[in-house]
Design a protein around this ligand. Structure first.
Ligand SMILES: [Zn+2]
Length: 293
């Protein structure tokens, strides 16, 4: 198993923890979308978070989507994970190149900028459950910590890290630690102090720490109990049929324009950049299925 996620509890269930190792997943996204280093870090953090949050999904067709719309040069990102931590995602502007911060670290917050984070849980109800918060720093981890507190009333600590240079992703991973309802004040105080004392995720990843090591470092004094381990991977479920449906849905008028060009159309899947070519004749056939808008 290359990338994986572990679920754990501590302090007799007062604390819940998830941690992930996501290097292959993030590297796949980097290659498919030709991402710059800072976008690799931003999208990689968001994908890692979505995969960890997907371990909450109960139904096999459930999906979680994390969406950012922002004013920084990235402009936005969309990431989704199914209930088996098969995750995919893309950035609106994959090639952002901005100077690193004074510390030498990639400036993810600067690339993302101000904006909003939406968390959409599609769990088979008529309407999906949507929570939306303002971005706090654009660094993703902080923003999700704020989301859990503001939108789900769950005190949490989210740490996400991607180490990347021009040759590729070196390490990627993260953790989510949450305090469950009914946890004692003593547990909360002790946990807060502990979390303030730990190194940055990127440092832990650079030191070669696994998800198990990271949770052991944070929760070793809290009676950490690992419950399960599951694989995580980049996976896109796009098909030619889905792309055809998307084409039909743009409406007869738009399709007529493509037909007038006489050159067919090339469509790319947003999530995995896969190319789908349609000849002029195929567009003409799809046009018959489209409605006049
Ligand atoms: Zn795709």
């Amino acid at each position: 198993m290359s990338d994986y996620i572990i679920n754990a509890v501590a302090e007799y269930g007062e604390i819940r923890a998830i941690a992930a190792s996501s290097k292959e997943t993030v590297e796949t996204a980097r290659k498919l979308h030709d991402l710059s280093p800072v976008v690799t870090a931003a999208l990689g953090r968001l994908m890692t978070a979505a995969a960890m949050m997907s371990t909450d999904l109960k139904g096999k067709d459930d999906i979680i989507t994390l969406q950012i719309r922002s004013l920084g040069p990235i402009q936005g990102m969309v990431v989704t994970s199914d209930s088996t931590a098969r995750v995919k995602g893309y950035a609106f502007n994959p090639q952002v190149d901005i100077p690193p911060r004074a510390t030498g670290k990639l400036d993810v917050g600067g690339a993302v900028g101000e904006g909003y984070l939406s968390v959409i849980r599609d769990i088979g109800l008529r309407e999906p459950y949507v929570g939306r918060v303002q971005l706090q720093s654009g660094e993703i981890g902080d923003d999700l910590t704020y989301y859990f507190a503001a939108s789900e009333q769950t005190p949490s600590s989210v740490g996400l890290g991607v180490l990347v240079d021009s040759s590729g992703v070196k390490e990627a991973g993260g953790f989510i630690i949450q305090v469950m309802p009914g946890a004692s004040e003593e547990t909360i105080d002790k946990l807060e102090k502990k979390i303030l004392s730990i190194p940055y995720v990127t440092q832990m990843l650079e030191d070669g720490m696994s998800p198990e090591d990271i949770l052991q470092l944070i929760l070793g004094d809290f009676g950490l109990k690992i419950l399960d381990k599951r694989p995580m991977e980049f996976y896109c479920n796009c098909t030619r049929e889905r792309v055809e449906k998307a084409l039909i849905s743009i409406g007869a008028e738009e399709l007529d324009k493509i037909i007038a060009d006489g050159e067919g159309a090339e469509l790319n899947c947003h999530f995995c950049s896969k190319k789908y070519d349609f000849t002029h004749d195929e567009i003409v056939a799809l046009r018959k299925l489209a409605v006049q808008k």
